[in-house]
Every structure is written in structure tokens, then in C-alpha cells.
Design a protein around this ligand. Structure first.
Ligand code: SF4
Length: 428
């Protein structure tokens, strides 16, 4: 999917140290519907009803990439020509589809109406529809809406929009109480590891957003400390702040360094001694470093470029440079939230070329001139670049795979080592 905009190239900076090249032009990235693929797995009583076109349905089906044998937890209500031409009452149709769905699926606790490009173009008001349907199904199903259209969102912004829609639904944390809220989807296995580490550190209670079941929403209030697990949930973080929560500044929990600093930020806010942090994290750090050592020998000295896609680019680049010895050529990010990325930017080397936004042709020209050993990019660009002889890594895999935390640090490095190994074999 490509979106055109006016090209602008104005240098700006997150702070005094690193210059940022800002680009505005044609970009190539998934829309926010992709987020449904991991969100529907995480929130087990949610259903995502996309109000969109056959294109949206195909995108979802191919991004999910699996045959669905059980009852799925997402679907597309397809707008037909009559709907798009304004000849049918889309609200009536939507009410009928929702009634059928909820009649068949008593297991649905929260229904998300997800906006798309076609529903936005015909100005179908899904917020009003969610309000109307919430009143009709009050006490039985919570009905919320958010937009994941390619006109408004890219790739990981879909998750941010979904979590942002949940924030007003969270119950209030009682005055005087405090809690830690980890924001951003984590695979259950990683969430369990972090929950254990927080418990051993003495941090409690700890909640996660999104929750596994919407029947167990975490509380939110002025005693909530928010720790971001993903760098792309800025709107959700600001919505939590608006309800009194405080955002803890930390790097993101990728690799040993990022994970330790992330846990330490929570421990410091809880008044826990550094010796406790060291003692609790030591076994996992030893395991992680042992696992990383193997991949470091494959990755060290290799040159890597990131094209702007998932918003994970900066934390991953930091991990690959500082813990795996890779050389960063260009690190592109679709958006740079200077506030939420401040600690990560401090850890990047002066030599990195940092870019925000995309002007596809210009970026490809730079990439061809740079000839990095590995390029991290979206699915649409990977095959053409491979055909040109460049080795690529699909950024979408980095969002789908368990990559956070100490115990996944070696797996994360392996995801980058694998295409290099394959490239070496092809050259033999
Ligand atoms: S929401 Fe828009 S960009 Fe995304 S699949 Fe549907 S039509 Fe394409």
C-alpha cells in the first residue's frame, strides 16, 4: 500500500547530539489492520470486526498467515458497491451483522468495530455505531471502536489506537494506592517471565495492558506508574497520563541492557535497592549473555540498515550495535516520539544516520549506495531487494515473535543472524 505526500527534507533533532533527516514522500508500509493479528491472539475474549473492503479482508487473512480451524476472533464486514454508493443503510447492515455475530458467539466479551479506508471515505461513524450498539447490548458485551485505516495509521499504530480505545474503560485505582501498568502487547510467555521478575523484585501489584481477558481490566489512576513495553504506544501512554498516571522513562526491554534498564526504572520508582535488582536479574543475565555470545560472532562488524516500518527500529538498532557489535548505517523510523525515545537516542552512536518518515525512492537510492549486509524492511520491499542482491529481514517478524526480555535476547539476535547465514550459503 503506498501513500503520497509532499516531499520535505528538513533536518531536525531530538536533542543536541543526533541530527535527524526528516522525509515526507511516498512510503511503503502496512496499515494498522495488521495489529489485529497479534491483538486477537492476546485478548482472548475480544472480537475485531473490521468494517472494510475485500482488500482489508485479504490483508488480514494473509498477514495472519495461517489457516484458521477454530472459530476466528476477527472478521471483515465487507462494504459492497451499494454501500459505497450510499444506496444502502450501512448502520442497519452493521446492526444486523453484529446481532448475528453476538447471537452465535456468546464468548465475546468486547467487540471492537475497526474502521478502514472505505468506512472513512463514506464517513461511516463507527463511534456513534459503537455507542448505539453498546446501549443495545449493555451489560452483555462491551462495544468499542477505533480506526486502523491506511489513511490514518501505519502498521503498529493500529495497536496504539486499540489500546487507546480501552483506556476510558479502565476502572479507577483507589486514591492512595499504587500499581505498575506495563503497556504494549507481549506474548503470554514473556508476560509471565516479567511478572515473575517483578514479583521477585518486590514490585506489586503489576498489571498488563492489553489484558488477556477484558473481564479483568487493570485499574488506572494517579498512583499508576506506566512502563512501556513497546515504543509505538504513545497515544495510549498520553491517555493514561491524562488520567493521572506517571510514565517511567526507560529504554525498551530488548536485549540484556534494555531489559535491565527497564526493570531498574520500575525498581527505582518502587524504592528497591540496586543490590536487589542485581541479585534478582543475575541468573537470567548470565543465561542471556551465554546465548548472545554465539550470535555475536556472526553479527559483529556486519552493517545494517533499517527502513521505517514498525517503530521498533531505534531500540533494535541500539541492541544490535551495543550488544552484538553490528555497525548501524541508517536507522529509519516512521515517527520519532522524542519524549518516549529519549533514553534510546542517548544510547545510539554519533555515527548513525537517523531518518524519520519516508521518501521511498530517495531512501532506496541511499540503500543501494550503502550496500549494507542486512536491511530490515516491510514484506513488500524484501523480495525486490533480495533480487538486487541485498539480504533482508522482514520487520513484521519482529512484532510477531517473542523478542522482549532476557530469555529472548539470543532469539532476537538469531532473527538477524539467520538471513546473513542464508546469504553466506547462497554465495558458496
Ligand atoms: S484499511 Fe485501507 S490500507 Fe488497510 S487494507 Fe483496508 S483499504 Fe488497504
Amino acid at each position: 500500500m503506498t501513500v503520497d505526500a509532499n516531499p520535505v527534507d528538513a533536518p531536525s533533532g531530538p536533542g543536541p547530539r543526533l541530527p535527524v533527516m526528516r522525509e515526507r514522500g511516498q512510503r511503503q508500509v502496512f496499515c494498522g489492520l495488521a495489529g489485529i493479528v497479534w491483538l486477537h491472539r492476546k485478548i482472548q475474549d475480544a472480537f475485531f470486526l473490521v468494517v472494510g473492503s475485500r482488500t482489508c479482508a485479504h490483508l488480514l487473512q494473509s498477514a495472519a498467515g495461517v489457516m484458521i480451524f477454530a472459530e476466528p476472533r476477527f472478521a471483515t464486514a465487507i462494504l459492497h458497491e451499494r454501500d459505497l454508493a450510499g444506496l444502502a443503510d450501512c448502520n442497519q447492515e452493521l446492526d444486523r451483522i453484529v446481532a448475528e455475530l453476538l447471537g452465535r458467539r456468546p464468548d465475546i466479551g468486547t467487540l471492537f468495530l475497526v474502521g478502514s479506508c472505505p468506512s472513512e471515505v463514506i464517513k461511516l461513524d463507527l463511534a456513534k455505531a459503537a455507542e448505539r450498539l453498546s446501549a443495545a447490548y449493555h451489560g452483555r458485551v462491551r462495544i468499542l471502536d477505533y480506526s486502523a485505516s491506511g489513511l490514518e495509521t501505519t502498521f503498529t499504530q493500529g495497536e496504539d489506537a486499540c489500546l487507546r480505545a480501552l483506556v476510558p474503560e479502565l476502572p479507577s485505582l483507589p486514591d492512595g494506592a499504587r500499581s505498575l501498568l506495563v503497556v504494549g502487547t507481549l506474548p503470554d510467555v514473556v508476560e509471565d517471565q516479567f511478572a515473575r521478575l517483578f514479583a521477585e523484585l518486590g514490585i506489586s501489584p503489576v498489571h498488563f495492558l492489553p489484558p488477556r481477558h477484558t473481564s479483568a481490566f487493570p485499574p488506572l489512576g494517579s498512583g499508576t506508574l506506566v512502563l512501556l513495553a513497546q515504543p509505538f504506544v504513545g497515544d495510549t501512554a498520553r491517555a493514561c497520563q491524562a488520567r493521572g498516571a506517571r510514565i517511567l522513562q526507560a529504554p525498551y526491554p530488548f536485549g540484556v541492557e534494555g531489559t535491565l534498564a527497564w526493570l531498574r526504572a520500575a525498581a527505582q520508582a518502587w524504592g528497591i535497592d540496586e543490590e536487589v535488582v542485581t541479585a534478582v536479574t543475575a541468573p537470567a543475565i548470565t543465561r542471556a549473555e551465554r546465548g548472545l555470545a554465539h550470535h555475536r560472532s556472526e553479527l559483529a562488524g556486519k552493517r545494517i540498515s533499517f527502513l521505517p516500518d514498525s517503530q521498533l527500529e531505534i531500540p533494535l538498532a541500539r541492541f544490535l550495535q551495543r550488544e552484538c557489535g553490528m555497525t548501524l548505517v541508517e536507522v529509519g523510523t516512521p515517527f520519532l516520539d522524542r519524549q518516549l525515545m529519549a533514553q534510546e537516542l542517548d544510547l545510539l552512536p554519533d555515527s548513525v544516520r537517523l531518518s524519520e518518515g519516508q521518501d521511498l525512492e530517495r531512501q532506496l537510492d541511499r540503500l543501494r549506495a550503502d550496500q549494507p549486509d542486512l536491511t530490515v524492511c516491510g514484506l513488500g520491499l524484501a523480495n525486490p531487494l533480495e533480487a538486487e542482491g541485498l539480504r533482508t529481514k522482514w520487520s513484521i517478524e519482529l512484532v510477531f515473535s517473542p523478542v522482549h526480555g532476557f530469555d529472548q535476547a539470543a532469539d532476537l539476535a538469531e532473527l538477524f543472524a539467520r538471513p546473513l547465514r542464508r546469504g553466506a550459503l547462497l554465495r558458496v
